[in-house]
Design a protein around this ligand. Structure first.
Ligand code: CAA
Length: 387
C-alpha cells in the first residue's frame, strides 16, 4: 500500500520538522535532566497552529487532516518525546472530544483558547484502581442545581500539574458500569480541583504526570460534554484518535533512534574499520529500518481512515500496538549499537530508550490494543459504536 502525500501535507511536515529540529532538539536533553516543562516551546507551537491542528478555522484552528497532524506529531516526537505527548493529548483528546461531542457554545468558549495554546488540555480517565478497565471508575458526579459535584481521584494524568483544561470522566450513575459514565469539561480554577502527587517517572521527564483529586469540585452543569451516560463513548472515540497520536509519537522516537544508530555506526571504529561494515550490525539496521517503515505505513493508514470519516478503532489500535512495540525494539537495538556509550546520559539514545518504555503502556496497553483488534477481527463481540 503506497502513500503519496499531498503538497499541503508535505509542507506541514516540513514546517514541523524545521521547528522541531531548531527549537525542541537543542533543549530536549536539559529538559529531560531538569524535568522542565516546555512552556516557551508550547507557546510557540500555539502561535504556529500545532495546538489546534484538527480544529476548524472558525474556532482559530489550523483545520488540517489527521494525516498532516500525524506527520507533524512524528516530527515533534523525533526531537522531544515529552513535548509530543503534551501535543498528542491536547490535540487528540482535549480538542478532539470537544470537537466531536461539544455544543456550539462549548466549542466557542473552549476551542479558541485551546487552539492558540492559551489553554493546554488534558484527559482524566484513569484512576488508582481503574486503568485498563475504566468502566470500573469510582469518581462520581452528582447533579446539584446548576452544578455537578465531582468527588474522586484520577491517576496518571499527563499535564495534571500544568494543563488548564481537563476532559474528566465520572459516574453520574455509580450503579452502572460504562453506561453510568459522563464526560465533563473541567478547568483548574474550579472550586474543589486539587493537584495531587507528582510521579517520579523513568522517562518523558519534561511532561508532568500527577494525580488529580476532586474534592466536592463544582462543575457548571453546562460543562457536561455530550449527554449524561454517554461519557464512555466520548472517551473511547477520543482514544481512537489518541492512539493514532501515540503511534505517531512512537514512530518519531523510533525514527530518531534509527538515525542515531546509523550515524554512530559509521563513526565508531573497531578492529580497524567502522562498525557499520560488519554484517551482523548491517542486518540489525536493516531490521530496524523495516520496523520504522512498517510503523509509518500503519500510522498513515489509520490517519487516512479517520480522514475518510470511517470508524478506525482497529486501525488505530494496530498502529499504536505496532509502533509502540517498534519504538521499544528499535531504541533497544540502537542503544546496543552504541555499546557502553549508549548506557550513559552523554548520548541521546539513553533518553530515547527511557522515553519509549511507556508507549506500550499508556492510552491502552499492548494487551488492550490486542483486545480491541481481536474483537474487530473475530467480530463475535461486535456492537454498534457511537461516534
Ligand atoms: N468508540 C465508540 N464506542 C466504543 C468504542 C469506540 N472506539 N469502543 C467501545 N465502545 C462502546 C461499545 O460499543 C459499548 O457500547 P454499548 O454497550 O452501548 O454497545 C461500550 O463502549 C462498552 O464497550 P465494551 O463492552 O467493549 O467495554 P469494556 O469495558 O469491555 O472495555 C476496552 C473495552 C477496549 C478494554 C476499554 O476499556 C479500553 O480501551 N481500556 C483501556 C483504557 C485506556 O486506554 N486508558 C488510557 C488512559 S488515557 C491516557 O493514557 C492519556 C494520557 O494521559 C497519555
Amino acid at each position: 500500500m503506497g502513500f503519496s502525500l499531498t503538497k499541503e501535507q508535505l509542507l506541514i511536515q516540513k514546517s514541523a520538522r524545521e521547528f522541531a529540529r531548531k527549537e525542541l532538539l537543542p533543549k530536549a536533553a536539559d529538559r529531560d535532566k531538569n524535568a522542565e516543562y516546555p512552556a516557551d516551546s508550547l507557546k510557540m507551537m500555539g502561535e504556529l497552529g500545532f495546538l489546534g491542528m484538527l480544529v476548524p478555522e472558525k474556532y482559530g484552528g489550523m483545520e488540517v487532516d489527521t494525516v498532516s497532524y500525524a506527520l507533524a506529531l512524528t516530527e515533534i516526537a523525533y526531537a522531544c518525546a515529552s513535548t509530543a505527548v503534551i501535543m498528542s493529548v491536547h490535540n487528540s483528546l482535549a480538542c478532539g472530544c470537544i470537537l466531536s461531542h461539544g455544543t456550539e457554545e462549548q466549542k466557542q468558549k473552549y476551542l479558541v483558547p485551546l487552539a492558540n495554546g492559551d489553554y493546554i488540555g488534558s484527559f482524566a480517565l484513569s484512576e488508582p484502581e481503574a486503568g485498563s478497565d475504566p468502566a470500573s471508575m469510582t469518581t462520581t458526579a452528582k447533579r446539584e442545581g446548576d452544578y455537578y459535584i465531582l468527588n474522586g481521584t484520577k491517576r496518571w494524568i499527563t499535564g495534571g500539574a500544568t494543563s488548564y483544561l481537563f476532559i474528566v470522566l465520572a459516574k453520574t450513575n455509580p450503579e452502572e458500569r460504562h453506561k453510568g459514565v459522563s464526560a465533563f469539561i473541567v478547568t483548574r480554577d474550579m472550586e474543589g480541583f486539587v493537584t495531587g502527587r507528582k510521579e517520579d517517572k523513568m522517562g518523558l521527564k519534561a511532561s508532568d504526570t500527577t494525580d488529580i483529586i476532586f474534592d466536592n469540585c463544582k462543575v457548571p452543569a453546562q460543562n457536561l460534554l455530550g449527554k449524561e451516560g454517554e461519557g464512555f463513548y466520548v472517551a473511547m472515540s477520543g482514544l481512537d484518535a489518541g492512539r493514532i497520536g501515540i503511534a505517531a509519537q512512537s514512530l518519531g522516537v523510533g525514527w530518531a533512534a534509527l538515525d542515531l544508530a546509523v550515524e554512530y555506526s559509521k563513526q565508531r571504529v573497531q578492529f580497524g574499520r567502522p562498525i557499520c561494515e560488519n554484517q551482523g550490525l548491517r542486518w540489525m539496521i536493516a531490521d530496524m529500518a523495516v520496523d520504522v517503515e512498517a510503523a509509518r505505513l500503519l500510522v498513515l493508514n489509520a490517519a487516512a481512515k479517520k480522514d475518510r470519516g470511517e470508524m478506525c478503532s482497529k486501525e488505530a489500535s494496530m498502529a499504536k500496538l505496532f509502533a509502540s512495540e517498534m519504538a521499544n525494539r528499535v531504541t533497544a537495538n540502537a542503544l546496543q549499537i552504541h555499546g557502553g556509550y549508549g548506557y550513559t546520559k552523554e548520548f541521546t539514545i539513553e533518553r530515547l530508550y527511557r522515553d519509549a518504555r511507556v508507549f506500550t503502556i499508556y492510552e491502552g496497553t499492548s494487551q488492550i490494543q490486542r483486545i480491541v483488534i481481536a474483537n474487530e477481527v473475530i467480530g463475535d463481540k461486535k456492537k454498534k459504536k457511537k461516534k
